[in-house]
Design a protein around this ligand. Structure first.
Ligand code: SAH
Length: 350
């Protein structure tokens, strides 16, 4: 029989599993705390659990762990980029950014991605598989263990589309926020999506308090459908309808990501169109100078052009900032480290 992933279980589920093994309820609390509060990596470390029960646990469950296979630290700002190896040898990335107000970790939700955004390195080889809740938790726990510092906020902006892994991501969020576990308030978590409207509508009903980030990147269907295939399924009008609904249901202001690509979506006319799209919606626009990806060929405009775009939005009453780039010397753009590593491995195998 395959052993079960104990780190992905809720306390109540753990209780039921232990009851089936003839164990009292309080053991579930103890084990949950070992896994998520003290974050041990073996049953042997669970010193208040009787040895006989530890043996039974060992036979029936495994404790997921990740291996750090690459660790790049920026000399400019202390940003750390991790390449983690999963138990099946697939790899994902996470980036630890240090701000005055605390540490923020950007994590992956899938191995690869099937959304096909034209400017993105993570999607070049398609989707391999979705991450388990325990694997997403371990991206955080491993960074905490390695850095010796608490991760204060989490962004789901690494490899993958979180809403294309809906059930596992929701379970991960609920486990992460449990007071008897890592106890992260979901106010300090941002979930970024390319715009799966059916899932955004579902998320609006979950009452989680997280910040929703929408990767908009274009003010109209003509441009968006060219760069983001998901737009062919749900156009900008439908996406905006869903965002307004999300705000109405949750009261949380939405953040819009907008990667500026030279000559594609960064002209004054685009800023004007974007502002009219967002009219009356409490929103924040995060402007990102596009990260050139070798295989893609998109370029960023001049700094002046980027600032003009921001000023124009501000003049039209839209709250807009330009994302500060961290880890410029370690190529912190998402998906790129994994690709480099995979192609090195392929070369080694040849
Ligand atoms: N799938 C999710 C989250 C992962 S991507 C999403 O689409 O939101 C995280 C963010 O990085 C998204 O806003 C994505 O559009 C953006 N991104 C991807 N490639 C980029 C690039 N080359 N330059 C700038 N931003 C990029």
């Amino acid at each position: 029989m395959d052993r079960k992933d104990i780190k992905s279980l809720f306390p109540q589920e753990l209780e039921a599993e232990l009851a089936a093994l003839g164990q009292p309820k309080f053991r579930a609390k103890q084990i949950f705390s070992w896994l998520h509060e003290k974050r041990v990596t073996s049953f042997a470390e669970m010193t208040n659990i009787p040895a006989s029960l530890r043996t039974v646990l060992e036979e029936n469950y495994y404790i997921n762990t990740l291996k750090i296979v690459r660790r790049l630290e920026s000399k400019l700002d202390g940003t750390v980029k991790y390449l983690y190896e999963l138990k099946d040898k697939n790899c994902v990335e996470a980036v630890l950014m240090k701000y005055k107000h605390g540490n923020s970790l950007c994590i992956s939700t899938q191995v690869g991605c099937r959304m096909g955004c034209k400017f993105c390195a993570s999607t070049l080889a398609g989707l391999v598989r979705c991450l388990e809740p325990s694997e997403m938790l371990d991206e955080i726990y491993t960074a905490v263990g390695d850095s010796g510092e608490r991760v204060d906020s989490v962004v789901l902006m690494g490899i993958g589309e979180p809403l294309d892994n809906y059930d596992n991501v929701l379970r991960f969020l609920r486990l992460l926020s449990m007071p008897e576990g890592y106890n992260l308030s979901l106010r300090h978590l941002s979930l970024s999506t390319c715009g799966l409207v059916d899932k955004i509508d579902r998320l609006a009903e979950e009452n989680l308090g997280l910040t929703l980030s929408i990767s908009l990147h274009a003010p109209n269907d003509a441009i968006r459908s060219q760069t983001m295939p998901v737009n062919q399924r749900w156009g900008v009008d439908e996406l905006m309808r869903s965002c307004r609904n999300y705000f109405a249901k949750t009261g949380r202001r939405i953040s819009f990501e907008y990667a500026l690509i030279d000559g594609v979506n960064d002209e004054p006319v685009h800023a004007k169109e974007l502002a009219s799209r967002l009219k009356g919606m409490p929103a924040h626009v995060n402007l990102i100078p596009v990260n050139p990806v070798k295989e893609r060929g998109f370029k960023r405009g001049s700094r002046q052009k980027i600032e003009n775009f921001q000023h124009q939005l501000q003049k039209l009453g839209v709250n807009a900032t330009i994302r500060r780039e961290l880890g410029a010397d370690i190529n912190a753009a998402c998906g790129q480290l994994r690709r480099e590593y995979m192609s090195e491995e392929e070369e080694e195998q040849c």
